[in-house]
Design a protein around this ligand. Structure first.
Ligand SMILES: C[S@@+](CC[C@H](N)C(=O)[O-])C[C@H]1O[C@@H](n2cnc3c(N)ncnc32)[C@H](O)[C@@H]1O
Length: 305
């Protein structure tokens, strides 16, 4: 039945129909079937992601068509995220290399980076910023790209993730980024920042076990975070003041674990960021508030071992 498909737009439309019919899970980078089919089609044809729509009517050769259909089949049968099949994910307007060494970049923090962290920074000067749990390097490298006068550190526990982040640093000419291996803050003794941004693992054990197959291609180290999703976030809240200037800010994504965090620490003043699509479980904390509530945070974090 694919004999009737002749043009680029035919292939995109067909792929999207097949993806929807197969009940794929979207959201790793694009959140719908049409965008994923477009990404995979243009990748297989070696065309730019922003190809002018006029080329949609261009006919493809039999060989090109078979390459596109082969990628569609892998997406459907193996459920591999489209970003891994294409080897690329867009984040904060930048093209990152993406593969199974690190999670596909998709954090809403991209929107905060693009709006210069305002109104949260409120004109505070940033000299040094940290991207804790950097994965592919997307948050740290994007911060460095949009703020060329900042010195940005990106740290991760995973050697694989750091290897990919290093490739992305070169790819995006991020000379003001330093990448380090560290278990949270343990390798950062004596380092101080005005801004710490982090998208740590925050999926509960039960949710991680129930995730759709697409997520099984991603490193579990990037997802799993205990029974309530807060094992890492609590340690970050506990130790961030040791590495923040007194006027510094911690910006942290906890996704669905927001509810559990607010229940555990109702007295801690956290500002939950409003994104274009609403709240996405990202909070902003002032260093002074983290210091004031450190005893209670420490008690909760230490109990996690
Ligand atoms: C949710 S992913 C986020 C990756 C990237 N920042 C992003 O937004 O796509 C979390 C990352 O934390 C890293 N990680 C997990 N435990 C860690 C730890 N104890 N110390 C440092 N990094 C850790 C994982 O390897 C993974 O790359």
């Amino acid at each position: 039945m694919t004999a009737e498909l002749t043009t680029i737009i035919d292939l995109i439309r067909y792929g999207a129909s097949r993806f929807n019919a197969a009940g794929l899970t979207f959201g790793h980078s694009y959140d719908n079937a049409l965008d994923e089919a477009t990404q995979l089609t243009l990748h297989a044809l070696h065309m730019p992601h922003d190809l002018s729509p006029v080329y949609g009517q261009a006919r493809v050769t039999a060989e090109e068509k078979s390459d596109v259909l082969a990628l569609f089949a892998r997406r459907i049968n193996e459920r591999i995220p489209a970003a891994y099949l294409a080897g690329e994910a867009w984040f904060a307007g930048l093209s990152f290399k993406s593969d199974a060494r690190a999670l596909v970049p998709r954090s809403p923090i991209a929107e905060l980076i693009e709006r210069g962290f305002e109104p949260w920074l409120g004109g505070r000067e940033v000299l040094r910023a940290l991207d804790l749990c950097t994965g592919s390097g997307c948050i740290g490298i994007a911060m460095a790209h949009y703020n060329p006068d900042w010195h940005v550190d990106g740290v991760d526990l995973s050697d694989d993730a750091l290897a990919l982040a290093r490739e992305n640093k070169v790819r995006l000419h991020a000379d003001n980024v330093r990448l380090l291996k560290s278990d949270l803050f343990s390798g950062l003794q004596g380092e101080h920042y005005q801004l710490i941004v982090t998208n740590p693992p925050y999926v509960t054990n039960a949710e991680t076990d129930a995730l759709p197959k697409e997520y099984s291609y991603e490193p579990q180290l990037g997802l799993r975070a205990g029974n309530d999703g807060l094992d890492l976030a609590l340690k970050i809240l506990r130790d961030a003041p040791l590495h923040l200037d007194r006027e510094g800010l911690l910006i942290c994504e906890v996704g669905e674990a927001e509810k559990a965090l607010v229940e555990l620490l109702p007295e801690l003043p956290l500002a939950w960021v409003e994104f274009k699509v609403g709240q996405m479980g990202v909070f902003v904390a002032e260093c002074a508030d983290l210091v004031e509530h450190n005893a209670r945070i420490r008690e909760l974090a230490d109990a996690r071992g």
